[in-house]
Design a protein around this ligand. Structure first.
Ligand SMILES: [Zn+2]
Ligand SMILES: [Zn+2]
Length: 267
C-alpha cells in the first residue's frame, strides 16, 4: 500500500491546484492522496509567512476545495484525505488545535520551521552569518520544539525530523540524544513520524530523518510513513522506492499509515 499525505498546493507554497496534485497521485497508482498545506499562526511578527502559507482566514474555502476534489476523484481504490501541515508554537498550540477541530480533517501534521523566530529551511543565506554557537542553539531549540509538538498529542504525525540539516549547517554536538528524547515523547503520545523524501533533492542530499533516528524510532515502536512533501504534481511519490527501502533497513515491516478522521491504521 502506498499513501502520500504530505503535499502542498497553491493554497500555500505549491505550484498546482489540489485537484492537479490528487490527479497526479491517482495516475501514479497511489492508494491514497492527502493534501496538507501550510498553516502557521506565529506568535511573532513575520510578514514573509503570508507569502508561503495558507491564509488563516480561508481555511473554510481550502476545506471546501479539498472536499470537492474528494467527491470527484475518489473511487474504491483511490482515497483523498484532508489535512494541514501545522507549525507548532508552544505559545498557542492548544488554541490553534482547538480552532482546527471544527473542520473535517483526517489528519494534522505537526511541523517546526522556526527555531525561535529563525526560519530554519528558508535559505542557506540566513544560516551563513551565524557563529557555530548560534547554530548549536538553533538545533537545540528545534529539538525541544519537536519534542513538545510530539508530546502535545495534537498531530497525527511529525514532519521532517532533523530538517535543520537541509543546508548542512550542522551542530557541533551530537543531536541523536535530543532526537531520541523527542521520539520517546512521540511514542508516549502515540504519534507517528514520516520519512520525508524531499531532503534527497536538497543540499543535504538525504531524507529526513537520518538512518539512526529512524532505527531508534522503529526500536521503540513509533509508526512511520513515507511522505514526499510534494510542491508539484510530479513529486507526489518521488523517491518512494528508496524511502521504503530505508524504512525496511531501519527495521520497519510496514511503510505506510492510513489516517481517517484522525484514526490511524497500519495497513
Ligand atoms: Zn514542512
Ligand atoms: Zn511540507
Amino acid at each position: 500500500m502506498r499513501t502520500s499525505y504530505h503535499n502542498h498546493s497553491k493554497w500555500s507554497d505549491g505550484i498546482a491546484s489540489i485537484e492537479q496534485m490528487a490527479l497526479a497521485a491517482k495516475n501514479a497508482k497511489l492508494d491514497e492522496f492527502g493534501i496538507s498545506d501550510h498553516y502557521i499562526e506565529a506568535p511573532f511578527d513575520n510578514s514573509e509567512i503570508a507569502e508561503w502559507c495558507l491564509d488563516v482566514n480561508r481555511v473554510d474555502e481550502y476545506v471546501e476545495d479539498a472536499l470537492d476534489v474528494k467527491k470527484r476523484l475518489e473511487t474504491d481504490t483511490f482515497k483523498v484525505k484532508i489535512g494541514l501541515e501545522v507549525d507548532f508554537f508552544q505559545e498557542n498550540a492548544d488554541e490553534v488545535a482547538k480552532k482546527l477541530k471544527k473542520y473535517p480533517f483526517d489528519y494534522l501534521i505537526g511541523a517546526v520551521h522556526f527555531s525561535g523566530t529563525f526560519p530554519i529551511d528558508l535559505s542557506a543565506e540566513s544560516w551563513k552569518p551565524l557563529e557555530q554557537e548560534k547554530i548549536d542553539e538553533i538545533w537545540r531549540i528545534y529539538w525541544k520544539k519537536i519534542r513538545l509538538a510530539a508530546a502535545s498529542g495534537h498531530y497525527s504525525f511529525i514532519a521532517h525530523l532533523d530538517l535543520p540539516k537541509k543546508f548542512l549547517f550542522l551542530p557541533e554536538y551530537d543531536y541523536s540524544d535530543d532526537a531520541f528524547r523527542a521520539l520517546r515523547a512521540a511514542k508516549k503520545a502515540d504519534v507517528a513520524i514520516e520519512i520525508n523524501t524531499a531532503g534527497w533533492a536538497k543540499p543535504c542530499k538525504s531524507p529526513y530523518p537520518a538512518a539512526n533516528i529512524l532505527a531508534y524510532a522503529c526500536e521503540i515502536g513509533v509508526p512511520a510513513l513515507v511522505s514526499a512533501d510534494a510542491h508539484e504534481p510530479e513529486h507526489v511519490d518521488r523517491f518512494y522506492d528508496e524511502a521504503e527501502e530505508r524504512l525496511r533497513q531501519a527495521g520497519y515491516r510496514k511503510t505506510a499509515c492510513v489516517f481517517d478522521k484522525f484514526v490511524r491504521t497500519i495497513p
